[in-house]
Design a protein around this ligand. Structure first.
Ligand code: FAD
Length: 417
Protein backbone atom coordinates (compact mmCIF):
# COMPACT_ATOMS: atom_id res chain seq x y z
CA UNK A 1 0.00 0.00 0.00
CA UNK A 2 1.18 3.55 -0.79
CA UNK A 3 2.50 5.32 2.32
CA UNK A 4 0.22 8.15 3.40
CA UNK A 5 1.61 11.62 4.14
CA UNK A 6 2.11 11.80 7.91
CA UNK A 7 1.12 14.75 10.13
CA UNK A 8 2.45 14.86 13.68
CA UNK A 9 0.06 16.38 16.21
CA UNK A 10 -0.18 16.69 19.97
CA UNK A 11 -3.90 16.00 20.20
CA UNK A 12 -6.19 14.46 17.61
CA UNK A 13 -9.92 14.78 18.35
CA UNK A 14 -12.07 12.31 16.40
CA UNK A 15 -15.64 13.62 16.12
CA UNK A 16 -16.89 17.23 16.03
CA UNK A 17 -20.10 16.88 18.05
CA UNK A 18 -20.51 18.69 21.38
CA UNK A 19 -18.05 16.34 23.13
CA UNK A 20 -15.34 16.71 20.48
CA UNK A 21 -15.83 20.48 20.11
CA UNK A 22 -15.61 20.96 23.89
CA UNK A 23 -12.49 18.78 23.99
CA UNK A 24 -10.70 20.63 21.17
CA UNK A 25 -11.57 24.03 22.67
CA UNK A 26 -10.52 23.13 26.20
CA UNK A 27 -7.22 21.60 25.05
CA UNK A 28 -6.37 24.66 22.99
CA UNK A 29 -7.34 26.99 25.86
CA UNK A 30 -5.02 25.03 28.16
CA UNK A 31 -2.17 25.60 25.73
CA UNK A 32 -1.95 22.26 23.92
CA UNK A 33 -0.26 22.99 20.59
CA UNK A 34 -1.12 21.25 17.30
CA UNK A 35 -4.74 20.32 18.08
CA UNK A 36 -6.53 18.73 15.12
CA UNK A 37 -10.29 18.03 15.01
CA UNK A 38 -11.70 15.72 12.34
CA UNK A 39 -15.35 15.05 11.53
CA UNK A 40 -16.80 13.03 8.71
CA UNK A 41 -19.80 15.36 8.19
CA UNK A 42 -19.88 18.48 6.04
CA UNK A 43 -20.54 20.67 9.11
CA UNK A 44 -19.56 20.52 12.76
CA UNK A 45 -21.89 20.02 15.70
CA UNK A 46 -22.68 16.29 15.48
CA UNK A 47 -26.33 15.67 16.31
CA UNK A 48 -26.98 19.29 17.37
CA UNK A 49 -27.64 20.99 13.99
CA UNK A 50 -30.51 18.59 13.26
CA UNK A 51 -32.15 19.35 16.63
CA UNK A 52 -34.26 22.47 16.06
CA UNK A 53 -36.11 21.85 19.33
CA UNK A 54 -35.12 23.50 22.64
CA UNK A 55 -33.76 21.56 25.64
CA UNK A 56 -30.05 22.11 25.16
CA UNK A 57 -27.46 23.81 27.31
CA UNK A 58 -29.64 25.10 30.17
CA UNK A 59 -27.48 23.65 32.97
CA UNK A 60 -24.32 25.03 31.40
CA UNK A 61 -25.37 28.43 30.09
CA UNK A 62 -28.54 29.12 32.14
CA UNK A 63 -30.49 29.54 28.91
CA UNK A 64 -32.60 26.98 27.11
CA UNK A 65 -31.26 26.73 23.56
CA UNK A 66 -32.07 24.74 20.45
CA UNK A 67 -29.46 22.25 19.30
CA UNK A 68 -28.56 24.59 16.41
CA UNK A 69 -27.95 27.53 18.78
CA UNK A 70 -25.73 25.44 21.04
CA UNK A 71 -23.81 24.11 18.03
CA UNK A 72 -23.16 27.67 16.89
CA UNK A 73 -21.88 28.63 20.34
CA UNK A 74 -19.47 25.68 20.43
CA UNK A 75 -18.30 26.15 16.84
CA UNK A 76 -17.62 29.86 17.51
CA UNK A 77 -15.55 28.90 20.55
CA UNK A 78 -13.42 26.49 18.52
CA UNK A 79 -13.09 28.94 15.60
CA UNK A 80 -11.63 31.59 17.90
CA UNK A 81 -8.83 29.22 18.94
CA UNK A 82 -5.87 27.61 17.25
CA UNK A 83 -7.56 24.34 16.26
CA UNK A 84 -7.00 22.81 12.83
CA UNK A 85 -10.42 21.56 11.72
CA UNK A 86 -11.04 19.01 8.98
CA UNK A 87 -14.66 18.36 7.94
CA UNK A 88 -15.76 15.63 5.52
CA UNK A 89 -12.83 13.83 7.11
CA UNK A 90 -13.60 10.21 7.78
CA UNK A 91 -11.32 8.31 10.15
CA UNK A 92 -11.06 4.81 8.77
CA UNK A 93 -8.52 3.20 11.07
CA UNK A 94 -6.80 3.89 14.37
CA UNK A 95 -3.69 2.23 15.73
CA UNK A 96 -1.62 2.24 18.88
CA UNK A 97 2.12 2.34 18.09
CA UNK A 98 3.63 3.29 21.43
CA UNK A 99 3.04 5.28 24.60
CA UNK A 100 3.50 8.60 22.80
CA UNK A 101 2.38 7.65 19.31
CA UNK A 102 -1.10 6.74 18.14
CA UNK A 103 -2.07 6.72 14.50
CA UNK A 104 -5.27 7.53 12.63
CA UNK A 105 -5.81 7.18 8.90
CA UNK A 106 -8.17 9.91 7.72
CA UNK A 107 -9.74 10.44 4.29
CA UNK A 108 -10.40 14.13 3.58
CA UNK A 109 -11.12 16.34 0.57
CA UNK A 110 -7.56 17.66 1.12
CA UNK A 111 -6.25 14.10 0.63
CA UNK A 112 -5.67 11.01 2.76
CA UNK A 113 -3.44 11.45 5.79
CA UNK A 114 -1.93 9.46 8.58
CA UNK A 115 -2.03 11.48 11.80
CA UNK A 116 0.57 10.50 14.37
CA UNK A 117 -0.69 11.87 17.68
CA UNK A 118 0.67 11.95 21.22
CA UNK A 119 -2.90 11.84 22.51
CA UNK A 120 -6.35 11.19 21.07
CA UNK A 121 -9.79 12.20 22.31
CA UNK A 122 -12.24 9.78 20.76
CA UNK A 123 -15.69 11.44 20.54
CA UNK A 124 -17.32 9.70 17.57
CA UNK A 125 -20.81 9.67 19.13
CA UNK A 126 -23.31 6.87 18.72
CA UNK A 127 -25.28 5.12 16.01
CA UNK A 128 -28.98 4.34 16.10
CA UNK A 129 -30.20 0.78 16.55
CA UNK A 130 -31.86 -0.49 13.39
CA UNK A 131 -35.20 -2.25 12.86
CA UNK A 132 -33.23 -5.50 12.43
CA UNK A 133 -31.82 -5.06 15.93
CA UNK A 134 -35.35 -4.38 17.22
CA UNK A 135 -36.44 -7.72 15.74
CA UNK A 136 -38.99 -6.17 13.35
CA UNK A 137 -39.66 -8.55 10.46
CA UNK A 138 -41.68 -8.28 7.24
CA UNK A 139 -41.04 -6.68 3.87
CA UNK A 140 -38.51 -3.91 3.30
CA UNK A 141 -40.40 -1.13 1.53
CA UNK A 142 -39.56 2.57 1.52
CA UNK A 143 -40.73 4.47 4.58
CA UNK A 144 -38.76 2.77 7.36
CA UNK A 145 -36.32 5.26 8.88
CA UNK A 146 -34.48 5.78 12.13
CA UNK A 147 -35.48 8.81 14.20
CA UNK A 148 -32.20 10.56 13.40
CA UNK A 149 -32.78 10.05 9.67
CA UNK A 150 -36.31 11.49 9.96
CA UNK A 151 -34.98 14.45 11.93
CA UNK A 152 -32.24 15.14 9.39
CA UNK A 153 -34.63 14.76 6.41
CA UNK A 154 -37.11 17.25 7.89
CA UNK A 155 -34.94 19.75 9.68
CA UNK A 156 -31.81 19.83 7.54
CA UNK A 157 -33.11 18.97 4.06
CA UNK A 158 -36.79 20.01 4.29
CA UNK A 159 -38.20 16.64 3.19
CA UNK A 160 -41.42 15.28 4.74
CA UNK A 161 -40.80 11.55 5.24
CA UNK A 162 -44.48 10.44 5.30
CA UNK A 163 -48.10 11.33 6.10
CA UNK A 164 -49.16 8.76 8.71
CA UNK A 165 -46.57 7.47 11.15
CA UNK A 166 -45.98 4.90 13.86
CA UNK A 167 -42.98 5.48 16.13
CA UNK A 168 -41.28 2.45 17.71
CA UNK A 169 -39.67 3.45 21.01
CA UNK A 170 -40.58 6.06 23.62
CA UNK A 171 -37.12 7.30 24.63
CA UNK A 172 -36.59 11.05 24.42
CA UNK A 173 -35.55 10.78 20.79
CA UNK A 174 -38.79 8.95 19.82
CA UNK A 175 -40.95 11.38 21.82
CA UNK A 176 -39.32 14.47 20.32
CA UNK A 177 -39.58 13.12 16.78
CA UNK A 178 -43.28 12.23 17.31
CA UNK A 179 -44.00 15.85 18.27
CA UNK A 180 -41.90 17.21 15.42
CA UNK A 181 -43.78 15.07 12.88
CA UNK A 182 -47.11 16.26 14.33
CA UNK A 183 -46.05 19.90 14.04
CA UNK A 184 -45.35 19.29 10.35
CA UNK A 185 -48.86 17.89 9.85
CA UNK A 186 -48.00 14.18 9.94
CA UNK A 187 -50.58 12.06 11.79
CA UNK A 188 -48.71 10.06 14.42
CA UNK A 189 -50.98 7.09 15.03
CA UNK A 190 -49.07 5.70 18.00
CA UNK A 191 -45.79 5.60 19.86
CA UNK A 192 -45.17 1.95 20.72
CA UNK A 193 -43.12 1.04 23.79
CA UNK A 194 -42.06 -2.48 24.82
CA UNK A 195 -41.65 -1.70 28.52
CA UNK A 196 -44.54 -0.93 30.92
CA UNK A 197 -43.15 2.60 31.42
CA UNK A 198 -42.06 5.28 28.92
CA UNK A 199 -38.36 5.33 28.06
CA UNK A 200 -38.01 9.13 28.03
CA UNK A 201 -38.28 11.95 30.54
CA UNK A 202 -41.74 12.55 32.01
CA UNK A 203 -41.71 16.18 30.84
CA UNK A 204 -41.21 14.92 27.28
CA UNK A 205 -44.12 12.46 27.62
CA UNK A 206 -46.35 15.38 28.61
CA UNK A 207 -44.97 18.02 26.23
CA UNK A 208 -44.50 15.77 23.19
CA UNK A 209 -47.35 13.24 23.41
CA UNK A 210 -50.10 14.27 25.85
CA UNK A 211 -50.20 17.89 24.66
CA UNK A 212 -50.79 16.62 21.10
CA UNK A 213 -53.07 13.64 21.97
CA UNK A 214 -50.61 11.12 20.50
CA UNK A 215 -51.41 7.64 21.89
CA UNK A 216 -48.63 5.89 23.82
CA UNK A 217 -48.97 2.09 23.74
CA UNK A 218 -46.97 0.75 26.71
CA UNK A 219 -46.10 -2.98 26.92
CA UNK A 220 -46.53 -3.18 23.15
CA UNK A 221 -44.18 -4.19 20.35
CA UNK A 222 -43.96 -3.50 16.62
CA UNK A 223 -43.75 -6.97 15.10
CA UNK A 224 -43.70 -6.50 11.34
CA UNK A 225 -43.79 -4.06 8.43
CA UNK A 226 -46.24 -4.63 5.58
CA UNK A 227 -46.15 -3.06 2.11
CA UNK A 228 -44.57 -3.59 -1.28
CA UNK A 229 -43.04 -0.34 -2.60
CA UNK A 230 -43.98 1.81 0.39
CA UNK A 231 -44.96 0.97 3.98
CA UNK A 232 -48.72 0.29 4.05
CA UNK A 233 -49.16 -0.83 7.66
CA UNK A 234 -47.38 -2.24 10.70
CA UNK A 235 -48.40 -5.09 12.97
CA UNK A 236 -48.39 -4.28 16.68
CA UNK A 237 -49.08 -6.54 19.68
CA UNK A 238 -49.21 -6.42 23.45
CA UNK A 239 -46.42 -8.23 25.32
CA UNK A 240 -46.63 -10.46 28.38
CA UNK A 241 -44.48 -10.09 31.51
CA UNK A 242 -41.60 -11.84 29.70
CA UNK A 243 -41.83 -9.23 26.92
CA UNK A 244 -43.15 -11.85 24.44
CA UNK A 245 -45.87 -10.82 21.98
CA UNK A 246 -49.36 -12.12 22.82
CA UNK A 247 -50.57 -13.42 19.46
CA UNK A 248 -54.25 -12.91 20.23
CA UNK A 249 -53.63 -9.15 20.59
CA UNK A 250 -51.97 -8.51 17.18
CA UNK A 251 -53.48 -5.54 15.38
CA UNK A 252 -52.75 -3.79 12.09
CA UNK A 253 -52.10 -0.03 12.06
CA UNK A 254 -52.27 1.50 8.55
CA UNK A 255 -49.44 4.03 8.00
CA UNK A 256 -46.81 4.98 5.40
CA UNK A 257 -43.94 5.67 7.82
CA UNK A 258 -42.32 3.61 10.56
CA UNK A 259 -39.84 5.53 12.71
CA UNK A 260 -37.34 3.40 14.60
CA UNK A 261 -36.27 5.04 17.86
CA UNK A 262 -35.07 2.06 19.85
CA UNK A 263 -31.84 3.33 21.28
CA UNK A 264 -28.29 4.39 20.54
CA UNK A 265 -25.09 2.36 20.59
CA UNK A 266 -21.64 3.96 21.11
CA UNK A 267 -19.58 3.95 17.91
CA UNK A 268 -16.48 2.14 19.11
CA UNK A 269 -15.33 0.15 16.07
CA UNK A 270 -12.18 2.25 15.61
CA UNK A 271 -11.29 2.11 19.30
CA UNK A 272 -11.93 -1.61 19.50
CA UNK A 273 -9.91 -2.10 16.30
CA UNK A 274 -6.97 -0.32 17.95
CA UNK A 275 -7.23 -2.72 20.90
CA UNK A 276 -9.23 -0.77 23.51
CA UNK A 277 -11.19 -2.79 26.03
CA UNK A 278 -14.98 -2.40 25.63
CA UNK A 279 -17.47 -2.61 28.51
CA UNK A 280 -20.41 -4.82 27.44
CA UNK A 281 -22.65 -2.95 29.90
CA UNK A 282 -22.21 0.50 28.33
CA UNK A 283 -21.12 -0.54 24.84
CA UNK A 284 -18.37 2.08 25.25
CA UNK A 285 -14.74 1.69 26.31
CA UNK A 286 -13.60 0.89 29.83
CA UNK A 287 -12.06 4.11 31.19
CA UNK A 288 -10.30 5.31 34.31
CA UNK A 289 -10.92 8.56 36.20
CA UNK A 290 -9.01 10.50 33.49
CA UNK A 291 -11.47 9.06 30.91
CA UNK A 292 -8.42 7.23 29.54
CA UNK A 293 -9.18 3.98 27.74
CA UNK A 294 -7.05 0.86 28.14
CA UNK A 295 -4.80 2.46 25.45
CA UNK A 296 -2.59 4.96 27.32
CA UNK A 297 -3.11 8.50 26.02
CA UNK A 298 -6.36 7.65 24.22
CA UNK A 299 -9.34 9.25 25.98
CA UNK A 300 -13.07 8.88 25.29
CA UNK A 301 -15.96 11.32 25.72
CA UNK A 302 -19.61 11.86 24.88
CA UNK A 303 -21.89 9.20 23.46
CA UNK A 304 -18.91 7.17 22.25
CA UNK A 305 -18.09 6.67 25.93
CA UNK A 306 -21.60 6.22 27.31
CA UNK A 307 -25.03 7.20 25.98
CA UNK A 308 -25.75 10.54 27.64
CA UNK A 309 -29.19 11.97 28.32
CA UNK A 310 -27.92 15.56 28.49
CA UNK A 311 -25.59 17.33 26.15
CA UNK A 312 -23.86 18.95 29.14
CA UNK A 313 -22.60 15.54 30.24
CA UNK A 314 -21.08 14.94 26.79
CA UNK A 315 -19.43 18.38 26.90
CA UNK A 316 -18.04 18.00 30.41
CA UNK A 317 -16.61 14.59 29.45
CA UNK A 318 -14.98 16.24 26.42
CA UNK A 319 -13.41 18.91 28.62
CA UNK A 320 -12.18 16.39 31.17
CA UNK A 321 -10.69 14.23 28.40
CA UNK A 322 -8.90 17.36 27.07
CA UNK A 323 -7.55 18.24 30.52
CA UNK A 324 -6.31 14.66 30.86
CA UNK A 325 -4.67 14.82 27.42
CA UNK A 326 -2.96 18.08 28.42
CA UNK A 327 -1.64 16.48 31.59
CA UNK A 328 -0.52 13.38 29.67
CA UNK A 329 1.42 15.52 27.18
CA UNK A 330 2.97 17.75 29.87
CA UNK A 331 4.09 14.85 32.07
CA UNK A 332 4.88 12.36 29.30
CA UNK A 333 2.09 10.07 30.54
CA UNK A 334 0.50 9.20 33.86
CA UNK A 335 2.07 7.61 36.91
CA UNK A 336 1.28 3.91 37.15
CA UNK A 337 -1.40 3.10 39.69
CA UNK A 338 -3.30 0.19 41.08
CA UNK A 339 -6.76 0.73 39.66
CA UNK A 340 -9.84 -0.39 41.56
CA UNK A 341 -12.68 -1.61 39.40
CA UNK A 342 -16.03 -0.23 40.59
CA UNK A 343 -18.42 -3.14 40.91
CA UNK A 344 -22.01 -2.50 39.83
CA UNK A 345 -24.51 -3.95 42.30
CA UNK A 346 -28.29 -4.30 42.46
CA UNK A 347 -30.55 -1.80 40.75
CA UNK A 348 -27.94 -0.33 38.40
CA UNK A 349 -27.05 -1.02 34.78
CA UNK A 350 -23.56 0.44 34.68
CA UNK A 351 -21.06 2.91 36.07
CA UNK A 352 -18.58 5.12 34.22
CA UNK A 353 -15.62 5.51 34.85
CA UNK A 354 -15.13 1.87 35.67
CA UNK A 355 -11.59 2.23 37.15
CA UNK A 356 -10.61 4.53 40.01
CA UNK A 357 -7.32 5.14 41.81
CA UNK A 358 -7.90 8.38 43.74
CA UNK A 359 -5.68 10.82 41.80
CA UNK A 360 -8.58 13.27 41.53
CA UNK A 361 -12.17 13.82 42.65
CA UNK A 362 -14.32 11.93 40.19
CA UNK A 363 -17.84 12.23 38.86
CA UNK A 364 -19.55 8.89 38.32
CA UNK A 365 -22.25 8.46 35.66
CA UNK A 366 -24.82 5.75 36.43
CA UNK A 367 -28.11 4.45 35.12
CA UNK A 368 -30.85 2.67 37.08
CA UNK A 369 -32.15 -0.69 35.80
CA UNK A 370 -35.81 0.23 36.35
CA UNK A 371 -37.86 3.13 37.68
CA UNK A 372 -38.37 3.40 41.46
CA UNK A 373 -39.24 5.93 44.16
CA UNK A 374 -37.44 6.81 47.41
CA UNK A 375 -34.26 4.85 46.86
CA UNK A 376 -30.72 5.18 48.13
CA UNK A 377 -27.46 5.01 46.25
CA UNK A 378 -25.03 3.04 48.41
CA UNK A 379 -21.26 2.60 48.42
CA UNK A 380 -20.88 0.29 51.44
CA UNK A 381 -17.05 0.44 51.53
CA UNK A 382 -17.19 4.24 51.98
CA UNK A 383 -20.29 4.11 54.19
CA UNK A 384 -21.76 6.53 51.66
CA UNK A 385 -25.51 6.72 51.17
CA UNK A 386 -27.36 9.22 49.00
CA UNK A 387 -31.14 9.49 49.08
CA UNK A 388 -32.85 9.79 45.68
CA UNK A 389 -36.51 10.74 45.44
CA UNK A 390 -37.05 8.89 42.19
CA UNK A 391 -34.87 7.19 39.61
CA UNK A 392 -35.65 6.34 36.00
CA UNK A 393 -33.54 4.50 33.43
CA UNK A 394 -33.99 7.49 31.08
CA UNK A 395 -32.18 9.85 33.45
CA UNK A 396 -28.50 9.60 34.18
CA UNK A 397 -27.60 9.59 37.89
CA UNK A 398 -24.37 11.37 38.78
CA UNK A 399 -22.34 11.18 41.96
CA UNK A 400 -19.02 12.84 42.81
CA UNK A 401 -16.49 10.97 44.96
CA UNK A 402 -13.60 12.62 46.77
CA UNK A 403 -10.12 11.45 45.80
CA UNK A 404 -9.20 10.78 49.45
CA UNK A 405 -12.23 8.50 49.88
CA UNK A 406 -11.29 6.50 46.79
CA UNK A 407 -7.72 6.22 48.08
CA UNK A 408 -8.93 4.89 51.43
CA UNK A 409 -11.18 2.16 50.04
CA UNK A 410 -9.74 -1.24 49.18
CA UNK A 411 -12.62 -2.01 46.89
CA UNK A 412 -15.72 -0.16 45.69
CA UNK A 413 -19.24 -1.37 45.05
CA UNK A 414 -22.15 0.83 44.07
CA UNK A 415 -25.81 -0.18 44.22
CA UNK A 416 -29.37 1.12 44.51
CA UNK A 417 -31.51 -0.10 47.40
C1 FAD B 1 -32.73 13.00 18.36
C2 FAD B 1 -31.96 13.48 19.58
C3 FAD B 1 -32.48 14.48 20.40
C4 FAD B 1 -31.75 14.94 21.49
N1 FAD B 1 -32.29 15.93 22.29
C5 FAD B 1 -31.56 16.42 23.35
C6 FAD B 1 -32.06 17.50 24.17
O1 FAD B 1 -33.17 17.99 23.96
N2 FAD B 1 -31.25 17.95 25.19
C7 FAD B 1 -30.01 17.44 25.43
O2 FAD B 1 -29.30 17.89 26.35
N3 FAD B 1 -29.54 16.41 24.67
C8 FAD B 1 -30.28 15.89 23.65
N4 FAD B 1 -29.79 14.87 22.89
C9 FAD B 1 -28.52 14.27 23.29
C10 FAD B 1 -27.31 15.01 22.74
O3 FAD B 1 -27.58 15.37 21.41
C11 FAD B 1 -26.11 14.10 22.82
O4 FAD B 1 -25.86 13.86 24.18
C12 FAD B 1 -24.87 14.72 22.19
O5 FAD B 1 -25.12 15.14 20.86
C13 FAD B 1 -23.73 13.73 22.17
O6 FAD B 1 -22.62 14.39 21.67
P1 FAD B 1 -21.37 13.63 21.05
O7 FAD B 1 -20.38 14.70 20.69
O8 FAD B 1 -20.94 12.55 21.93
O9 FAD B 1 -21.90 12.90 19.72
P2 FAD B 1 -22.49 13.41 18.35
O10 FAD B 1 -23.30 14.64 18.52
O11 FAD B 1 -23.16 12.22 17.77
O12 FAD B 1 -21.20 13.74 17.47
C14 FAD B 1 -20.30 12.73 17.02
C15 FAD B 1 -19.59 13.21 15.78
O13 FAD B 1 -18.56 12.28 15.44
C16 FAD B 1 -18.47 12.17 14.03
N5 FAD B 1 -17.84 10.90 13.67
C17 FAD B 1 -18.27 9.64 13.98
N6 FAD B 1 -17.43 8.71 13.48
C18 FAD B 1 -16.44 9.37 12.84
C19 FAD B 1 -15.29 8.96 12.11
N7 FAD B 1 -14.98 7.68 11.95
N8 FAD B 1 -14.49 9.91 11.57
C20 FAD B 1 -14.80 11.23 11.73
N9 FAD B 1 -15.89 11.67 12.41
C21 FAD B 1 -16.68 10.76 12.96
C22 FAD B 1 -19.93 12.26 13.59
O14 FAD B 1 -20.00 12.70 12.25
C23 FAD B 1 -20.50 13.29 14.55
O15 FAD B 1 -20.45 14.60 14.01
C24 FAD B 1 -30.50 14.38 21.79
C25 FAD B 1 -29.97 13.35 20.97
C26 FAD B 1 -30.70 12.89 19.88
C27 FAD B 1 -30.12 11.75 19.06
Amino acid sequence: MRTLPTRRVDLLVVGGGPAGLAAAARASELGVRRVVLVDERRWLGGILPQCIHPGFGFHRYGRDMTGCELAEKLIDRVSSLDVDVYTEAHTVRMGYESYLSKTAEVLTPRGAFRFRAKTVVYAAGARERTCFEAGIVGSRPAGVYTAGEVQEMMDVWGILPGREAVVAGSGDVGLIVARRLTLEGVKVKAVVELMPYPGGLLRNVVQCLEDYQIPLLLSHVVLAVEGSKRVESVLVAEVDENLRAREETVKRIPCDLLVIAVGLIPRVELLAGAGAMIDPKTGGPVVNEFLETSLPGVFAAGNALVINDLVEHAMEQGELAAESAYRFIEDGGFRSASWKRVRVGDGLRFVVPQLLAGFRDVKLYLRASSPSENTRLLIPELEKSVRLRSVRPAEMITLTLKAEDVLKAERLTIKLV
